[in-house]
Ligand binder design. Structure first.
Ligand code: SAM
Length: 268
């Protein structure tokens, strides 16, 4: 049975990006998209007042929640004190060791209506734990979901698109209007599903790949040649097969970035 949501006597804190979900239809839609099954190991980032947690806690799953706000943590502890498989971690999600949570042989399913101010660094951090994650469902600013899912050649395509698509299948699910939250944010939000993937061609030097993608998109209006100068002391003449350095970085697919990084890693 779903537990009643406590009366919202909490004053939302801007510094923690607190916009609480209050639209029951949207909450149900998110839970249906996640479709939690008994025996799974769920991790919710930023449970807040429990809008999603309420629907996850009784699914016979292991449920770890990571919350930074001490006041909310106290409320959550009290609210779920009778749920034996609920565990609260009062910690900054940007510092949480998700690998340590996945100590059992069950991969993690990560969920969160993420605070917008930390969503990009948090996504990058979570990618470092991808080997112990089966999927992730996040509410993000719609503009961020557009960037995550963008194909090459669009204005929305950039470092975030390449890095996340390298590691994950990205599936935008649906848009959520500001009216679904209290307080209402200024912009639209969207739900996205990320599933860690394995690729047939992988990068030989992940650190260099990340540096290269970052450098190329620092000057996205310039040619790839300009971007490469930021990561290579000298551009090796004639070393690159099938790669036109006169193209703009935003026209390169993820596969082409992988190829580029692998061809160049010997020359760094
Ligand atoms: N899940 C709730 C909901 O949907 O109504 C709350 C979502 S609210 C947008 C973001 C939540 O993340 C808040 O509870 C906030 O305190 C928490 N939070 C913010 N920064 C955090 C961080 N660095 N680590 C963990 N939790 C954080």
């Amino acid at each position: 049975m779903t537990k009643p949501t406590p009366r919202n006597t909490h004053q939302a804190k801007k510094r923690f990006g607190q916009n609480f979900l209050v639209d029951g239809n949207i909450i149900n839609r998110i839970i249906r998209a996640i479709n939690p099954q008994a025996g799974e190991h769920l991790v919710e980032i930023g449970p807040g007042l429990g809008a999603l947690t309420n629907h996850l806690v009784d699914k016979n799953c292991q449920l770890d929640v990571v919350e930074i706000d001490r006041d909310l943590a106290q409320k959550l502890e009290a609210q779920y004190k009778d749920s034996p498989r609920f565990k609260l971690h009062l910690i900054d999600a940007l510092k949480a060791d998700f690998g340590a949570l996945a100590s059992t042989d069950q991969p993690l399913r990560i969920i969160g209506n993420l605070p917008y101010n930390i969503s990009t660094p948090l996504l990058f951090r979570l990618l470092t734990f991808k080997s112990c994650i089966s999927d992730m469902h996040f509410m993000l600013q719609k503009e961020v979901v557009d960037r995550l899912a963008s194909p090459e050649g669009r204005k929305t395509y950039g470092r975030l698109s390449v890095m996340v698509q390298y590691h994950c299948h990205v599936e935008p699910l649906f848009v959520v209007p500001p009216s679904a939250f209290n307080p209402a944010p200024k912009v639209e939000s969207a739900i996205v599903r990320l599933r860690p993937r394995s690729r047939t061609t992988t990068v030989t030097d992940p650190g260099f790949f990340a540096q290269l993608v970052n450098a190329c998109f620092q000057q996205r209006r310039k040619t790839l040649r300009n971007g490469l100068k930021l990561v290579l002391k000298e551009l090796p003449a004639d070393c690159l097969q099938n790669i036109d350095l006169g193209r703009r970085p935003e026209t390169f697919s993820v596969e082409e970035f992988i190829d580029l990084a692998n061809q160049l890693s010997a020359f760094r």
